[in-house]
Design a binder for this molecule. Structure first.
Ligand code: CA
Length: 135
């Protein structure tokens, strides 16, 4: 499945690790990234990714704010990837309309399996929506 993935993450090691996971297990995926929240929002708008992998601790604005901003124009799945694992963080992220939450250090195959599940159900819904609203 061809898919465009946007990673919003300041740590280069994580960007590299997620990109490598896609290269290895899902080579048709196109991976783009931003290391700052504001840039991430811009890319989410200009590139229309099929899935966003979002870190909560970013240098300029919080990941929660990024989530809120992206939700103003996109219904694409957003998966939070973070070291924060307090229950209130998980709840806050899900209430902010994130689709899923993965805690670092993450398992590559598990992350990709989650991405795949969310992207396919999102694409199926988008398709239904498109058909329903077709002239
Ligand atoms: Ca971070």
């Amino acid at each position: 499945m061809e898919v465009k993935v946007l990673i919003i993450e300041d740590e280069w090691e994580i960007i590299e690790s997620v990109s490598l996971a896609f290269q290895f297990y899902w080579p048709e995926a196109q991976v783009i990234y931003a290391q700052r929240g504001a840039r991430g929002i811009e890319l989410a708008q200009s590139e229309s990714p099929d899935v966003v992998i979002l870190d909560l601790g970013l240098p300029d604005i919080s990941g929660y704010e990024v989530l809120k901003q992206i939700r103003l124009f996109s219904s694409a799945p957003i998966i939070i990837l973070t070291v924060r694992s307090q229950e209130e963080d998980v709840v806050a992220a899900l209430e902010g309309e994130a689709n899923d939450y993965v805690v670092k250090p993450f398992r590559q195959k598990e992350l990709l399996a989650r991405v795949r599940a969310h992207v396919s159900s999102w694409m199926t819904n988008e398709l239904k929506y498109t058909f329903r609203n077709a002239p």
